[in-house]
Design a binder for this molecule. Sequence first.
Ligand code: NAP
Length: 493
Amino acid sequence: MICVSIGRGRHRSMIAEARHVAEQGAQLVELRLDYIRRAVNIKRLLANRRCPIIATCRREEDGGKWTASDADRLTLLRQAIAEGVDYVDLEEDVAGQIPRYGKTKRIVSYHNFVETPEDVQSIHDRMCTKDPDIVKIATLAHHPHDNLRLLRLIENSSVPTVAFCMGEQGILSRLLSGRFGAPFTYATFHEDRALAPGQLSYRQMTEMYRYTNISKSTVIYGVVADPVAHSLSPVIHNAAFQDSGLDMVYIPFRVPLDELGSFLGDCPELGIKGLSVTIPHKGEIMQFLDQVDTDAATIGACNTAVFNGQQISGYNTDHQAAVDSLLLAHTSSGATPLKGKTSLILGAGGAASSVAYGLTQLGSDVVITSRNEERSNALAERFNCRTVPWEERQNIRAGVLINTTPIGMHPKVDESPYEKRHIDRGMVVFDTVYNPEQTLLIKYAREQNCRVITGVDMFIRQAELQFRHFTGQEAPKEVMRNQLKRSTGAARY
Ligand code: NAP
């Protein structure tokens, strides 16, 4: 069950939003009385309610807006109980001052906006002595492992417990708390109006993550990155799982580089069966893999990890996606279309490695150029390629031009790594940047009537291949592509 938290300054707005989410299917609404700017009229707020209500009035120290006296606050909560509110939220330190009355259920809560304390189990034990119907614990995550500590609390408690971590690192506990036995999780009315850090909106919870369908049998996948907010993988993989009728969900995991090992250790207990791996973890994850396929081992980077119990297998679908995209653009050019053809790769990072490996496998004469000569040389040496100084890149006569730098990516969409006048008609131009799809470089190439491969082509292909590793099934490619197009440039998660 999802509880939608509503914090508005006016009674009218609060009532309207509560009605709206109830009509959308919400089964529980939290009214944040501390947000109301005038004297709170609890009777008015509770009249004609469409679904059960939690009355909450948070002090500033607990992350709320209540600035009047605590005595007034407790009076307001007692009034809510007297009016028959369905649930009342009582912080641990005041729970003893407000006795049980009528049918109102008691949520005894603890908030910590600084950390997830070491003694969270003893905090929970203490809260269980305050006559709760539900215990609620919300703490700030500094480490991915904090999530599992709170989820274990839920699982091991005899009192129904809602526990989750706040902050971007805590999103997984908000989404998986029901799977561990929490009676509900919190969502906000709108993604732009989170009442606590890391809170997702009701729409995101229901449409993208299908929270109410997540159960013990649901298989968990996700993307591990830092940062992760920009990732479009959750949108496309969740759309693909839904379209394929699979009991699977795909979640963003923000994991700092030095905590990757600890996170991978938690994955089996969290129910995670597979990961998309992206910046900065593609190289780092190699040391934790039990099996690595030849492509990932040769490139030295893995973008897909699959769990089989404690064993982790690693793959590189970026490489195959780049090769497939290049071959697709050359379907009319014979069996070995890139053999002997000069390809110029702009950039010498992770994507460049995948592309350079793929192109050398296809027999192309590969030239690498980047603003960092040392990096260019190192990459060229690995795959037996040539290099050219960055300033001279436009003097090369190449049949295939591939941009693997972020130049042209949102928001700097008016930049191109290559000038239009140097793009020849016969060239194939491949831009790995996918946000936006129509980069300035792609626009120049189209204007010169070149064949183009966009970053979206490659991104969808690598995601399709990941989907196959995750599920053993073919991916619904068009669903993924349409979802990506719809989401490009929009809010993430
Ligand atoms: P990376 O490892 O950081 O490499 C980026 C490369 O671009 C480096 O050589 C870097 O040079 C160079 N660079 C960065 N900013 C530059 C600038 N302003 N001018 C010139 N060179 C610049 O990153 P990556 O993982 O390879 O990703 C690079 C791009 O590929 C991103 O835009 C990403 O979205 C795209 N990509 C797309 C897909 C897909 O499926 N479509 C998959 C993977 C990556 P320095 O070493 O000097 O910083």
